[in-house]
Design a protein around this ligand. Structure first.
Ligand code: SAM
Ligand code: SF4
Length: 485
């Protein structure tokens, strides 16, 4: 692994410089002192930021970037912009997302649209302040406009009372190597699952009591994971009945059940889901290539995905979503495009394209350190987008994760009328979400300040089971305070 030393007059820039540098030159290790093959330096002289990059086996590039006196003290974003310009010249490369690293760029576009800015003004803002390409700015504007139809209007009476409900089942049959979500493997006798399930029912009841203020309106309900379909049909039935008893679900605009791993679903579970009004099901191949799946520790069985899709479709759920990940194992672009074709042929109404993000929690990182692989290039992403648009899929939500190939984005595509409303509301942070279960973060929205207060909770099932009472009490207190004062 190549090593690059940062010589920074402002050491607090390290994190931002590291992140941006990785996006240009993935897989390089950064250090702050000691011997290295490369050096990136920053110092300020009068009205200039002097940035310099040298690699022993490459060239040296030094540039002075002028700033205005009244810009002092310089914000980190200004340094990032200058570093972007240096790296862009050094590597002769542009990044579609420029210096933007946040998870929710659509929210920025939404704010500009709300201010009544024209597309040209928004594009200029994204380009000048963040070096974002016109293509990505247009994508953000397109998605922001599409989402506007699903977001409760700011002035709409009672927006405070409209909420979403998330129930987390962070348990899985086994751990996939690339996955960085906190998820517990079910033990042989299923004891940790049963114990979690019993606690979850109590939390549902307690939360229902707190929220029974009479005028709360639940917009969307999302049972996610992990893999919620590790629950048996009878457990699912009990869970869904408890939700109906404890909450008023009569206004639901969407009810989603994640059934991610194909081997965890069967006819009985789908019958339960259908009977309780689930309309959106997620069944995720991640890749349709057996070698890829097996190489990342995800089970595969010939014909299983196709069989399960047919089973789901036979129930007539409104929307089937299927997730794919770009960059799994040693896949080439063509491998991915073959998976995409195979998924399109199964006729789901949603396809979500993730880009592999190498995060701390995953085994991939544990084995190899942070290794973000060389990218596929912009043509690949455009090919994916135009193939999906040719089939009538439109991008409806987008978020970004760190340490991805090509510094790229995750996009949810939907046939019109099948957009995942929960996903939109979550990313827009425009209403409260009540999280129930381990890892289920609550978002409490204040329509006056437009701020979200997070209600964090423990992520792992073991701690949840051990400290259940204290955890539920703490969460309940936050919900009570928000809704009942
Ligand atoms: C919370 S996970 C649950 C999925 C479900 N348990 C399954 O395995 O199908 C939601 C989605 O995140 C995506 N994902 C998981 N790990 C990822 C990673 N390291 N980088 C990018 N996407 C990832 C996968 O596409 C996955 O379907
Ligand atoms: S990808 Fe899904 S099934 Fe695999 S470990 Fe992560 S949450 Fe569990």
């Amino acid at each position: 692994m190549r090593v690059l030393r940062f010589d920074l007059e402002r050491p607090e820039l390290e994190y931002y410089f590291h992140e941006l540098y990785q996006a240009f030159d993935p897989g390089v290790k950064n250090i702050l002192s000691g011997a290295a093959e490369g050096v990136l330096s920053q110092k300020n002289e009068e009205n200039n930021v002097i940035l310099s990059l040298t690699w022993e086996d490459g060239k040296t590039l030094t540039r002075a970037y002028q700033f205005k006196n009244n810009d002092e003290p310089l914000e980190n974003s200004i340094y990032k912009g200058f570093l972007y310009d240096l790296l862009s010249e050094y590597f002769n490369k542009q990044l579609e997302w420029g210096t933007l690293t946040g998870i929710r760029p659509v929210k920025m576009a939404q704010n500009y649209v709300k201010l009544g800015w024209s597309p040209t003004k928004i594009r200029n803002k994204f380009r000048e302040d963040y070096r974002v390409s016109n293509d990505r700015s247009d994508l953000l504007i397109q998605i922001a406009k599409k989402q506007a139809d699903f977001i409760p209007g700011e002035l709409e009476c009672g927006v405070q009372q409209r909420i979403s409900l998330y129930v987390g089942i962070p348990l899985c049959p086994s751990k996939c190597d690339y996955c960085s979500f906190v998820s517990t493997i079910i033990d042989k006798k299923g004891e940790n699952l049963q114990c979690y399930f019993d606690h979850l029912l109590v939390e549902i009841e307690k939360t229902g009591e707190i929220l029974r203020t009479g005028d709360l309106r639940i917009d969307t309900l999302y049972i996610g994971g992990g893999t919620p379909t590790v629950l048996s049909a009878s457990q699912l039935d009990t869970l869904m009945s408890a939700l109906e008893e404890c909450f008023d679900l009569s206004h639901l605009r969407e009810y989603t059940l994640e059934a991610g791993r194909p081997e965890t679903i069967n006819r009985e579970k789908l019958e339960v889901a259908k009977a309780h009004g689930v309309e959106r099901i997620c069944l995720n191949p991640q890749s349709m290539n057996p070698q890829t799946l097996l190489s990342v520790g995800r089970p595969w069985e010939a014909g299983l995905i196709e069989k399960q899709v047919a089973l789901i479709q036979s129930f007539g759920f409104k929307t089937l979503n299927m997730d794919l990940i770009v960059g799994l194992g040693n896949e080439t672009q063509d491998d991915f495009l073959r998976s995409l074709e195979a998924v399109i042929a199964l006729e789901p109404e949603n396809i979500t394209i993730h880009n592999l993000s190498i995060k701390k929690g995953s085994r991939i990182k544990d084995q190899n350190g942070i290794v973000v692989k060389e990218g596929y290039g912009e043509d690949f992403y455009q090919a994916v987008k135009s193939r999906l648009s040719g089939e009538g899929f439109e991008p409806y939500y987008l978020y970004r994760l760190k340490y991805t190939r090509d510094n790229s984005e995750n996009i949810g595509y939907a046939k019109p009328g099948h957009e995942g409303i929960y996903n939109i509301l979550m990313m827009a942070e425009c209403q409260s979400t009540i999280g129930i279960g381990a890892g289920a973060t609550g978002n409490l929205y204040d329509p006056i300040t437009n701020n979200i207060t997070k209600v964090f909770t423990v992520k792992d099932v073991k701690t949840y089971n051990e400290r259940f009472e204290e955890i539920v009490e703490k969460k309940g207190h936050a919900y009570h305070k928000h809704y009942r004062g």
